[in-house]
Design a binder for this molecule. Sequence first.
Ligand SMILES: [Zn+2]
Length: 223
Amino acid sequence: MRKCLFYLPVFFLTVFFSAFLSGFFPDFLSGRPLFAHERCYVKWVNDGDTIVLADGRHIRYIGINAPEIDHENKKAEFFGYTAKKYNKRLVLSKTVRLEFDKETHDRYGRILAYVFLNNGVFVNKVMIEKGYAYCLSRRPNNKYDQVLLQSQRDAMSAKRGIWRNWKEKKARYWGNRRSKRFHYSICAFGKKITRENKIVFLRKWDAFWAGYAPCKKCMAGEK
Ligand SMILES: [Zn+2]
């Protein structure tokens, strides 16, 4: 019994300090899921916004979308391989810190994360800043939307990466304030936008500047 009285406090102190050291408390106090930060080794880079960890888990960067590389029967998009190459340079064979938002997985079973290098570099943000990806806001994972949009505006102003040699078609685009997507006015999804949520853009550039991302259906493959 006496032995037990000794071990109990030791047990609790150990638990407390390991939790403290693992950064558990700040997240606990803010109501976020437990162990909201993780350190992991990157063994593979799929493209500009997806990586694979040493334990086989697939990570999809939150808040950004990089141009696609070749997959299935689809051809690579403009800047797809450049984005992949740059992402590789940033994270391949490195230990990164993952930070999560409200949803931890997407519908393909990939883990949704903000990725940070050991020196604090915010990878999702750098991909946008360099013009290798654009903002893809998706509720409820909006923690860094404003930060990412500011970086996108910097990249646009400096005409980096995908923003270089920008061309506009003569068209009208309908944005959805709720989903933060924009469509050609002929798109079925665009037609469903309610009047309160609809915003008209006369240039794609303006839609991107406002933080809207192109609809995957009506603008597939376009930037
Ligand atoms: Zn559309």
